[in-house]
Write a protein of this length. Sequence first.
Lengths: 327, 269, 324
Amino acid sequence: MTPILEVQNLHVAYFAPTGQLCPALAGVHFDLAPGEILGVLGESGSGKSTLAASLLRLLPSNGKIQQGKVLFDGINLLEASPQNLRKIRGGRISLIVQEPSSSLHPTLQVGRQVSDALAAHKPLDRSTLREKTGQLLSTVFPADAERISRSYPHELSGGQRQRVLIAQAIACRPSLVIADEPTASLDPTTQQEILLLFRTLTQKFGMAMILITHNPALLTGFADRILVLYAGRVAEIGPTATVLSSPQHPYTEALLRCLPSHFADERSVRKARLHVIAGDPPDLSLHAKGCQFEPRCTDRMEICKCDEPAGAAVSELHNVACFKFAG
Amino acid sequence: MQPLLRIENLVKHYAAGRSASSRDKLAALDGVSLSIAPQTTLALLGKSGSGKSTLALCIACLERPTSGSIWFEGVGVTALAESERRRVRPQIQLVFQDPASSLNPRWTALEIVSEPLLVQQRFTKQERIEKTHTLLDRVALPRKMASRRPDELSGGQKQRLAIARALALEPKLIILDEALSALDCSVQAQISNLLLDLQSSLGLTYLFITHDFAMAAHLADQIAVMDRGRIVESGLTEKILSFPCHQATRSLLAATPSLAETQNVLVEL
Amino acid sequence: MRYLLRRAMHTVFLLFGVSILTFLFSALTPGNYFDEMRLNSQISPETVAALRAQYQLDRPLPVRYIHWLNSVAHGDLGFSFAYNSPVGPLLWVRARNTLLLTATATLLAWLLALPLGVWSAARLGRAPDRVLSWTTAALLVIPDLILALGLLILAVRTGWFPTGGLVSVGYETLSPLQKLRDLALHMALPVFALVLSALPMLVRHVRASVAEVLDAPFLRAALAHGIPRRKLLYGYALRAAANPLISLFGFSVGALLSGSFLVEVIMSWPGLGPLLLEAILARDLYVVIGGVLLSMIFLVSGNLFADLLLYWADPRIRTAASAK
């Protein structure tokens, strides 16, 4: 099956105020099949938000895509004309940005904002627009859609705002939705509701999805594959169940060990020290040579200091960038 | 043993609607009672809007409850005059979820941590600097960070700074209001370890407000679940985890994402 | 509704206060209208005294104030010594002339400032924006006095524009279209001067407000939805940046009567400015008070207007207001 999205050798950097170039993504490479849900797992500084923004060329003014290709349906998004890009943004690929509390226009009614997202790509007359907006809102708000449509963002709760963003994102039935930490500020119950909503919508409309998060537990039972991002590089990519139950990359392993082994009933485990990953995330502006995880890795070898590992296949679908598995 | 903190029937109403005397009052706290033993951790869980943060503010003497009483170390705090309350406040400190908004962005780490000492007017400049350095060491913040501003620090470092500031006045009780929620998983583990170390070395008591059952189960001796301004269930951690009774507890447990279950976890709630 | 009533009350108190202060200041300034007369040896002191008594200038201040207040309540704003006529009609005519000028200038300035500001903000830091910034800075630095004088010189040298006045001699004899043209020609330079002095600040404000909003997450989100550029800039960015601009607009409205003082005097436009200037110099008390109060009413109304506009435009303010 031809992938709907192919990211090849993507390198993105930011200009620091001093003028220096600070790398954010290096050599990111992955595919996405139609209708597939890919979970991108990364902590702060891993470059996950940069990845989301780069795919649609929505980087801030000091960001620069240095090289690489983002092939969507045969078109290289990084070289598309502004007109084509505008048509693709929201029309064929949607991005749900990270902060629901400030991602909606403060003085426009929510229904109007959803209409605008719809009207941006579908030239409809006013009554059809209103009708379709109503339908969209009913999809994400089974009850109450009418009242919500007339509300302003500050009158809605965090979960409700997130649903509005989702309505905007799916308005034009895109083939791919990129969600950057969509449940970050929500409580667990609302989190589950949002994930369930995503699952229903992707199945109903056959949309592919890239879900970016720092919480591995969110991806269980939701994502088909997981891509682990560390220091702007792909550390590991493979089916969810495999990556979470038997992680191969030392970083993934260490990360999963950090989580509290909850629901354990033995007193001895509770209040024990959790495993931590020694050291701090790397400062990418230092342009260090070799594997970026090496300073914190418990399995490091001599070669890790000098060269960066390329992705090696551990199994058919499971790829790890670590010298432990290199040929 | 006498509990460090005891709350009885705490009620807090906020006026909702047009006038302060209107009938539509919002009952943020609707009769809350709990107690925390010294040098233990109580985790307070609940959905958004259940009243957890309001409770934290009342305990920290930053809000006056509408009715009910709070005892701290056996002394009734709610009945005290403002001047007396001022003496109790330093013993109860707060650490918030978002360090970016609770740390003054224009001050250096050193200034932020020494601010409480400055306000208390009890120490000389030299003493303040020494104490601040000790505090920074305690939270494992390297000394070279002392001259940095909050926006030059990572999320975990900011939270360590907030904890150092909370420790400045040698409190007995620290209220952590979603203090770990905004942090990455590996950083949560680090801060969690720090909190445990501090608890054993300084004899601290924690009120840990969160909606993360996993972390609560790990850190807390006792759990209390809040729903709509009331405590609906409370008890020892093991008991709550094994035999959750109230609907609110069960739905929170069910909603907590779990790595252990690799099957389809998304359950209709 | 309660809010409006409260503001109206404030306004009334404010007007009282201002009128008292103006009265006080006029009384404190050395001399009065009749001092000039006294210097004139042809007028006998008895006449002067009689006139003074007639205008009650020998009564104590509070009494005069109450008297004046009383007559204002009956719609009589007092009497002008210099023009020998009631103050009311005098002020209205002049105020109308001023409003004609300032309303046109304000409208024009805003209509120009909005697109210029948005255009500049969209190109922040780049060459077109820099050029505009320098231009506006230069215009800001040049005093209104110099601008007005410069334009006057232009009028005198080229003869393209009349050098003063509202209309030409023989205005009544012209056809309606010619009347309009005549008026427009007379207005052109003063309006131009006013626009030049108001425009830079407006443009800079619009630019700053819009630039600040352009970085906001919701704008990035709207961009990600593929919303076309023009709608993004005007429908989203400008709308979100509206709050400070609405306040500014309120001030513009408020300054309609007072902002053109200098230009009117220099370009001999028969507006409120020159009238007030003469009246102050001649100690024509009631004209001064009337003029000041009228300007004050406008200023305060402008503020109130801005607040109402804000209330209407920003739902967050409506929510906060109803929560109180």
